[in-house]
Design a protein around this ligand. Structure first.
Ligand code: MN3
Length: 238
């Protein structure tokens, strides 16, 4: 085999190794918290979110939050049995020596679990009751996208943009720094976008506004509608 062909083959194998065809369960150093596999192939959100970013983001970044959260709660047995929303809403009662670790890594686990769930779709718009709520509370889908993207652009450094949902189905736009989440204020999240550089830098480099705009193309509005229904039923977790 000519040298150049072998190099090409090796490069292809290297990419294949980095981007598995099927989701993998990453190492998260035992329980009680676990990293679910992605609910779709890592290529699902191409071309808007590239497979390499999906792989690194899920298998490395999210896995690290889960492993670090497990390490933090392992120091205090009473924390291990608490559901993640309760843990995040009650940070003041978490022992001080692990409070920052639970905040950062528990927030990271909750945020990313939501994030994978609401993507993998083909964009478009919500229908029915959720569409009516978007019209009523957020000025319609076009206005929501404009305001959401502007808010995401204004997050200084790393953070998230969210739409929260109340028990009576009211929606609101908000942002949080780092891995903070509205769950820490006892609220529930309908959807959210990750504006940490690790979410977009490989493909979009420093162009966060382009990433924010493209992200709407991969939303799964069926999954988001299920979250809306669950929120109103009081059964929505992270
Ligand atoms: Mn992230």
């Amino acid at each position: 085999m000519p040298h150049i062909h072998r190099r090409t083959l090796l490069a292809t194998l290297a990419v294949a190794a980095l981007v598995p065809a099927r989701p993998v369960r990453a190492q998260t150093a035992g329980g009680p918290f676990t990293l679910d596999p992605l609910p779709y192939p890592v290529t699902q959100n191409e071309p808007h979110i590239d497979a390499e970013t999906m792989t690194l983001h899920h298998d490395r970044h999210h896995a690290a939050y889960v492993a670090n959260l497990n390490a933090a709660v392992a120091k205090h047995g009473e924390l291990a049995g608490r559901p993640l929303p309760d843990l995040l809403a009650g940070l003041a009662s978490v022992p001080e020596d692990v409070r920052a670790a639970v905040r950062n890594n528990g927030g990271g686990h909750a945020n990313h679990t939501m994030f994978w769930q609401i993507m993998g779709g083909k964009g478009g718009e919500a229908g029915g009751e959720l569409r009516a709520a978007i019209d009523r509370d957020l000025g319609g889908v076009a206005r929501l996208q404009e305001d959401f993207n502007s808010a995401g652009g204004r997050v200084f450094g790393s953070g998230w943009v969210f739409v929260t949902v109340s028990r009576d189905g009211r929606l609101a736009l908000t942002t949080r720094p780092n891995q903070d989440t509205p769950l820490m204020d006892g609220q529930r999240v309908l959807l959210g976008n990750d504006v940490w550089e690790h979410a977009y830098y490989l493909k979009y480099r420093n162009r966060r506004p382009d990433y924010l705009k493209a992200w709407w193309n991969v939303l799964d509005w069926d999954a988001i509608t299920q979250r809306y229904t669950a929120a109103k039923a009081g059964t929505l977790g992270v």
